[in-house]
Design a protein around this ligand. Structure first.
Ligand code: NAD
Length: 256
């Protein structure tokens, strides 16, 4: 059975990736800091007979990432797929008011975490000359977010977040070149605006309605909508694809 690691795999879209990959036949390690959500996911997985193992791992902590990935390798001998999904906006403030700590926190959670996880799985993937790395970015990289975010009296100011996600796309392309001769594929998936529980708590309801209006498909994106792209990039169906950035957004951005 192939082994897939999904970071931030206990909630939101990561949870959907964990379940989707397990349904596609992978043994999934859902790595997250939310222990309660991991426990709930484990119970649900057992109910559906899905091979999902919960793992507490903080992706911004180097020692935690190294020991967590080593633990997986000790138990399963291999990691075939890494989905770098953990991420998100850390603070909502305009650039002029942003502290250096807030800026760095965005970079650490959204970019450095992916570097740490990739570096920890590379020796094993290189040795086996195979592996698929899927970095979660965002369509906001090409669209610069959307005007809808600024319509209300609660605008979402996402400059640091989008800058970090842009770096994820750039890293994906460069790393694909670096790892091609090792047989390792590196691709990105960019979800469009997806009002998960966390997102709904931070964005004005009228902004959500306006964003849906901008899409070709007039309904809110759901976590499950992005699962197909992740499963595809994890599977041999995408074996000659690397360095790509797949947007899944109901036609909201139609960007690069
Ligand atoms: N929701 C959107 O509109 C949207 C759009 C584009 C891209 N994305 C990206 O998709 C990914 C998932 O987004 P979501 O909305 O499902 O997020 P979410 O907040 O619903 O879930 C994120 C998960 O990551 C976990 N997590 C957070 N920090 C962690 C850490 N340090 N170590 C390990 N786990 C950690 C959380 O516990 C949670 O389970 C993120 O990278 C996000 O930036 C989201």
């Amino acid at each position: 059975m192939q082994i897939a690691v999904v970071t931030g795999g206990a909630n939101g879209m990561g949870r959907a990736y964990s379940i989707g990959l397990a349904r596609a036949g992978f043994r999934v390690i859902a790595a997250d800091i939310d222990e309660a959500a991991l426990a709930t996911l484990a119970v649900e997985a057992r109910g559906e007979n899905l091979a999902i193992e919960p793992m507490v791992m903080n992706v911004v902590n180097e020692a935690d990432v190294n020991s967590g990935m080593q633990n997986i390798l000790n138990r399963h001998n291999q990691i075939d797929v890494l989905v770098n999904n953990a991420g998100g906006a850390v603070a909502n403030c305009r650039l002029a008011e942003m502290s250096l700590e807030q800026w760095q926190a965005h970079m650490t959670l959204n970019l450095t975490s992916q570097f740490l996880c990739i570096r920890a799985v590379l020796p094993s993937m290189s040795r086996r000359q195979r592996g698929s790395i899927i970095n979660i970015a965002s369509t906001s990289v090409s669209s610069g977010t959307t005007a809808a975010l600024y319509v209300s009296d609660r605008p979402a100011n996402l400059v640091a977040y989008v800058a970090a996600k842009g770096a994820v796309v750039a890293m994906t392309r460069t790393l694909a070149r670096e790892l091609g001769s090792d047989g390792i594929r590196v691709n990105a998936v960019s979800p469009g605006f997806t009002p998960t529980e966390r997102v709904r708590a931070t964005i004005a309801p009228e902004a959500i309605t306006r964003m849906v209006d901008d899409q070709a498909f007039k309904r809110p994106q759901q976590p499950n909508d992005t699962v197909g792209a992740v499963v595809f990039l994890a599977s041999p169906a995408s074996r000659f694809m690397t360095g790509q950035n797949l947007s899944v957004d109901g036609g909201g951005s139609m960007g690069l």
